[in-house]
Design a protein around this ligand. Structure first.
Ligand code: GLY
Ligand code: MN
Ligand code: MN
Length: 439
């Protein structure tokens, strides 16, 4: 993404902060996986959003202090170090970082404590995501204390510490045209991966084979990492919402539920498809599948500006509950069942969440206690499901069927655009695709 986009974001943040404020944002740090090895590095989403500098341990400092002739953005990053770089990889170092990233100044990390003390001095407010990282908290609190302890005429300590996430979360909730392009790409790559899994599935293979096919497609298209742990649940495993063992055999007659999305330049997709291992749905699977799909399509009708997620969620609850009554899985009247929430035995999660740099992206769902109306530029998932546990107290023909269908929707002026529309999901489209594979 071009640096202009980041400069616009920095400027908007500085405008939304109180006058005479400084903002401190810390990059992610490496996390040990086992002795001497780390989990793959993933940049902190706020840091990514503001400058996209791709290294660990860095700090970004933004000020709108009246004394700066223009607003100021400073990066602290690891210094160049040939010996360390031979072992651990290339570093930009401050000089090159300043040339390539949207910052006014860059310093080596060794200078952080001293420079930060001077930078914070004289500001009225500090914006910072306190509580996220103990070491970062310790550093910021100790600098504030040092300013308070300094002789009164030499230093001026800020009087308030404000959570910067309150501003950044609202900014991140509405996606720009460039962010939407990246999310379209993340959606397109994940769509191809789901198609690949549908074409590859076969009784006798294992859930991890499907996981590997999904990750293969991500990587071959340049999306190196999944946005979250891929879920491949066959048979009963589809009823475990966050199943990630992915190590059981695939049996003909079972459905397999795949919840998988990739990251494209930090932006997530989040798709779920459920399909039969054999390529053909059984009668019971068909009936429940149609119900979930109808519920999702009914929700789509109300996903548009000024409506709320709650409205869509209520529509889904009504469709699923009525459907479960019609199938004899729930008994009694619709209104009683909805009031008693009996559907929750079989549909126990929410319908939707924001999607963006984080798969469960930031942004409040309520404003002043009221459900927040949808606005152009928001991106959210719509993911109804029905999960009949293997030991559920219903006719055994339904037991062990788990189905979820999840798409990613962008709110547009006229309604919404389904970014993941190309991932097959009608029974006929899925069966047609799967029969091509075997034929
Ligand atoms: N993949 C996580 C979710 O669907 O929310
Ligand atoms: Mn989701
Ligand atoms: Mn998902």
């Amino acid at each position: 993404m071009h640096n202009t986009e980041f400069l616009i974001r920095q400027k908007r943040l500085l405008e939304k902060m109180q006058p005479n404020s400084i903002c401190l944002v810390q990059a992610s740090n490496l996390v040990t996986r086992s002795r001497d090895t780390e989990y793959p590095f993933r940049q902190d989403s706020y840091f990514q959003y503001l400058c996209a500098f791709p290294e660990p341990e860095a700090w970004l400092v933004l000020s709108n202090h009246q004394d700066y002739s223009k607003e100021l953005c400073v990066l602290f990053c690891l210094d160049k170090d040939p010996a360390m770089e031979i072992w651990h990889g290339r570093r930009f170092g401050p000089k090159q970082a300043k040339q390539q990233y949207p910052v006014d100044r860059a310093y080596a990390l060794d200078e952080l404590d001293e420079q930060l003390l001077d930078l914070i001095d004289g500001h009225q407010h500090v914006y910072f995501a306190q509580g996220h990282d103990h070491d970062a908290d310790d550093l910021v609190f100790s600098l504030l204390q040092a300013l308070r302890d300094a002789p009164k005429q030499s230093k001026h300590a800020p009087s308030s510490l404000i959570d910067v996430r309150i501003i950044l979360d609202e900014m991140r909730l509405i996606k720009s045209a460039r962010e939407i392009d990246l999310m379209r790409k993340a959606a397109a790559v994940a769509t191809q991966a789901h198609i690949r899994a549908m074409q590859f599935v076969e009784a006798g293979k294992n859930e991890y084979h499907l996981e590997a096919e999904i990750h293969h497609e991500f990587a071959m298209q340049g999306a190196k990492y999944p946005a979250y742990s891929t879920i491949v649940g066959a048979g009963d495993n589809a009823c475990i919402l966050h199943y990630t063992e992915n190590n059981q055999g695939l049996k003909s007659g079972d459905l397999v539920l795949i919840d998988a999305g990739c990251e494209w330049q930090g932006y997530a997709s989040d798709i779920t498809r459920t399909f039969p291992v054999s390529g053909a749905f059984s009668n019971e699977q068909k009936q429940l599948y149609e119900l979930v799909l109808n519920a999702q399509l009914a929700a789509f009708n109300v996903i548009k500006p000024d409506n709320t997620i709650k409205q869509a969620s209520d529509v889904v609850i009504a469709v699923i509950t009525q459907g479960l009554i019609d199938l004899g899985i729930l008994k009694g009247k619709l209104t009683d069942n909805i009031e008693r929430q009996t559907y929750r035995q079989f549909y126990m999660h929410g319908l939707s969440h924001w999607l963006g740099l984080d798969v469960h992206d930031v942004g409040n769902y309520k404003i002043d206690g009221q459900d927040r109306p949808l606005k152009t530029g928001m991106v959210l998932t719509v993911e109804p499901g029905i999960y009949i546990a293997p030991d559920a107290d219903v006719d055994s023909k339904w037991c062990g069927i788990g189905i979820r269908i999840e798409d990613n929707l962008l709110i547009t002026q006229s309604g919404h655009e389904n970014l993941t529309l190309a991932a097959p999901k009608t029974i006929s489209d899925i069966e047609a695709l799967m029969s091509k594979k075997s034929g």
